[in-house]
Design a protein around this ligand. Structure first.
Ligand SMILES: Nc1ncnc2c1ncn2[C@@H]1O[C@H](COP(=O)(O)OP(=O)(O)OP(=O)(O)O)[C@@H](O)[C@H]1O
Length: 465
């Protein structure tokens, strides 16, 4: 009979019907056999699933039964000696194939214990049709200072859902930070749970490359332990950070990576230090051109850089897509400390307009023809730096407000883990960058060149060298 007056999807109240379940009589031996088969099947599945624990336990028990307690103790001792020897002989392979896989097994158990509660409280479980569906742990991998947990998401979820809950997850699992990035296949997300802090200590100045690779200048260390290499070809670089965040160390790290080129004559550094030469002054011999007090001189330098960029662009048009620096036509890098002094705080209107126009030309036309800008600024707001969008590469150091993070690194980057506003004042030189081809931000620490290092570098590679 068709139901009338029933809205689709509405729950129909239980009918007051008296239902009697059919009564089937089973012999007791059948019940016992069935339960035994079920128990055995459970034992076999558990044994196979947890082979990493059950197999060694079986082996040790067999040894004990066959040869007494000395045999398993000798075997365990022997294994410990071999493992220690391996760890000392070749630490990377020991970590990769020995220690981390074992640790990953243990961590998997730890995560599974708290997983359900974590997913429900972080609102990552999905209730549907009176059922609660939880994202599933697929794989756990351990690496230096972090665990990578690959999770199978519930249908309809996206990695950004996990990114938004990352802080909650970090507290739940007692780790420093959680980053969420798209997994290797659709419907998976990789949660990177950062434990220790590989960037805790100051990074010493890196070796100066004999001739710089302009596509990969080594300027710091990434939190995954690799070198952080900056691509200069084809880009302009903006460094944003509150006062004392270490903007100077980014500038000097870049200069250090380019110093070999300065010595060889294929790189020309132009220094603009509107704060009176406080920052760049110590490395004066490294700069082919330098201005620190006279704003008219700075405007003239920018105009000359703009004219060079235009002239090179006109000459190279249709011949090459990337200018190759030579001693006759070197790569020009304009290093500007506190750019806001030129773009926002300058009171002289005419000078300001000249600087704005020249800077716009350099930023738009200089990228492919070897005229680059590396500029530092404290305040990333549009009112202070209208040309922010013309800097394709941005480095976000410690910032004062969460809202500034997305302004510097791009929309949604704070949710994806770029916590620039949480960098402690005690960690200058730490910041976040967006690497090519990676949608999640990477935490990095720039190398620190103290005054003596800068002076030595200037003596070795500067004009007088
Ligand atoms: N990469 C780094 N590693 C360790 N310490 C650093 C690093 N960079 C800077 N510092 C320390 O932090 C202090 C402040 O750095 P710095 O002057 O470069 O900051 P800043 O952002 O340029 O500040 P301001 O805007 O006031 O010029 C330095 O005196 C130095 O001792």
């Amino acid at each position: 009979m068709p139901l009338i007056n029933i809205i689709r999807g509405e729950t129909i109240p239980v009918a007051p019907l008296n239902v009697r379940t059919p009564f089937v009589k089973l012999p007791i031996w059948l019940v016992v056999v069935w339960e035994t088969i079920k128990g055995l099947a459970w034992l076999v599945t558990t044994y196979v699933r947890h082979w990493y624990a059950t197999l060694p336990a079986t082996g040790l028990t067999w040894l004990y039964l066959e040869h007494g307690w000395q045999a398993p103790v000798a075997l365990a001792g022997g294994l410990a000696v071999v493992a220690t020897g391996w760890a000392f002989a070749d630490r990377p392979s020991w970590l990769r194939f020995g220690w981390w896989p074992v640790l990953a097994r243990v961590r998997r158990l730890v995560y599974r214990r708290r997983w359900m509660a974590a997913m429900v409280t972080a609102k990552l479980s999905v209730s549907y049709d009176k059922r609660t569906i939880i994202p599933q742990i697929q794989r756990v991998r351990c690496r230096a200072g972090c665990d990578e947990v690959t999770v199978r998401m519930v249908t309809g979820q996206i990695p950004d859902d996990f990114a938004r809950a990352s802080e909650r997850l970090a507290h739940t699992f007692g780790v420093r930070q959680v980053k969420a990035m798209p997994g290797p296949t659709y419907a998976t997300v990789v949660l990177v749970l950062m434990r220790g802090d590989t960037l805790h200590q100051t990074i010493d100045p890196l070796p100066v490359p004999y001739l710089p690779d302009f596509t990969a200048l080594p300027i710091g260390v990434r939190e995954d332990g690799d070198l952080y290499r900056l691509r200069l070809f084809g880009t302009q670089v903006l460094i944003v950070g509150a006062t004392g965040s270490g903007k100077g160390s980014v500038i000097w790290s870049i200069v250090r990576a380019l110093a070999g080129g300065v010595g060889a004559g294929v790189v020309e550094l132009w220094g603009l230090d509107p704060k009176g030469g406080m920052e760049l002054g110590i490395g004066r011999p490294l700069f082919a051109r330098f201005a620190s007090r006279d704003f008219a001189e700075m405007a003239a330098m920018l105009e000359q850089a703009a004219a060079t960029a235009q002239e090179r662009a006109a000459r190279l048009a249709g011949r090459t897509r990337q200018h190759e620096p030579t001693p006759d036509e070197p790569l020009i890098v304009l290093l500007i400390d506190e750019l806001a002094n030129l773009t926002a705080y300058l009171t002289e209107r005419q000078l300001k307009d000249r600087i704005k126009a020249a800077l716009g030309i350099v930023l738009t036309q200089g990228r492919a023809v070897g005229v680059h800008v590396v500029a530092a600024i404290q305040d990333p707001r549009k009112e202070v730096l209208p040309a922010r969008g013309l800097f394709p590469t941005r480095i976000g150091l410690r910032l004062s407000e969460p809202a500034e993070v997305d302004m510097v690194l791009g929309d949604g980057m704070r949710d994806r883990g770029a916590l620039c506003d949480r960098i402690p004042q005690t960690q200058p030189g730490v910041g976040y960058v967006v690497l090519e081809g990676d949608p999640t931000p990477m935490r990095v620490r720039l190398s620190f060149c103290d005054d003596t290092t800068v002076r030595d570098m200037a003596d070795a590679y500067g004009a007088a060298a």
